[in-house]
Ligand binder design. Structure first.
Ligand SMILES: [Zn+2]
Ligand SMILES: [Zn+2]
Length: 258
């Protein structure tokens, strides 16, 4: 499987990137490709058009319902309904309780998303399957209901499976530690700087993302969700003080092969 960074800016879109959105794909034995999105934040829909035809999406997996993770569902809805060749088949959307009401709020029309999305609510630690992917949501620590997503899928080299863990938005907590255990790639948010942002219960810092990666024994750490007002290099340097493995910064258009 492979992970394409569509947007990686945190909290708001930035001059270099849309907000949270990642395209996860796996080739199937029948020659097709399964494509799922992790989040669909502000500005991400337009960037997504670089990588996949939206009607080819098999599912959208939402970490939580904050604006920087979901607002471009409204754009996807317009596309699926009105783009040439449409209306297209409904797309499954997994998210916290209230995802259907959130989509309605975004589109500004009552129940307008009903024909274009099939919404499903995450249940803590209850895996769901989309094609070759098994996705296990785990409740994490954020001001609204939020989930880390542990996704197991076929290795890109055809040998066995690999595990990707996306923290969504969270501070350090037992849930994200359990979710991240032994991951081949940990895609961890690191929105805060350790010596600047003292509030707890919202986001990781680079240092705390590195501590998580070490405690969970992951193979590789990719830092993401860094806002335009936060230093990417500072966050990366913090992570390197607490994790000895490879630390990368997510960038739009970069593909990670697992
Ligand atoms: Zn966020
Ligand atoms: Zn959030």
């Amino acid at each position: 499987m492979r992970l394409v960074v569509v947007g990686c800016s945190g909290s708001v879109s930035g001059p270099e990137s849309a907000s949270s959105c990642y395209l996860l794909q796996a080739d199937r034995p029948d020659g097709g490709t399964t494509s799922v999105l992790l989040d669909l934040g502000s500005g991400a829909f337009g960037q997504l058009l670089r990588y996949v035809a939206p009607e080819q999406l098999d599912a959208v997996l939402l970490s939580h319902l904050h604006a920087d993770h979901v607002v471009d569902l409204a754009a996807l809805e317009v596309y699926l309904r009105y783009a040439p060749g449409g209306p297209f088949d409904a797309v499954d959307v997994w998210g916290p309780d209230g995802t259907d009401a959130r989509i309605e709020q975004l589109s500004g029309e009552p129940s307008s998303g009903a024909e274009v999305f099939r919404t499903h609510a995450w249940v803590d630690r209850e895996p769901v399957r989309v094609g070759p992917f098994e996705i296990a949501p785990t409740t994490v620590l954020h001001p609204v209901p939020a989930f880390a997503l542990r996704i197991t899928g076929p290795a890109e080299n055809g040998q066995g499976t690999r595990t990707l863990v996306f923290t969504g938005d969270t501070d350090a907590c037992d849930g994200v530690l359990a979710a991240a255990h032994g991951a081949d790639l940990l895609l961890a948010e690191a929105a805060f700087e350790e010596d600047r942002d003292e509030v707890r219960g919202i986001h990781l810092t680079g240092r705390r993302a590195g501590e998580l990666a070490t405690a969970a024994g992951v193979q590789r750490l990719v830092l993401t969700h860094i806002p335009p007002w936060t230093s990417r290099e500072k966050v990366r340097a913090e992570a390197c003080t607490t994790y000895d493995g490879v630390v990368d910064l997510a960038c739009p258009g970069v593909t990670f092969h697992l």
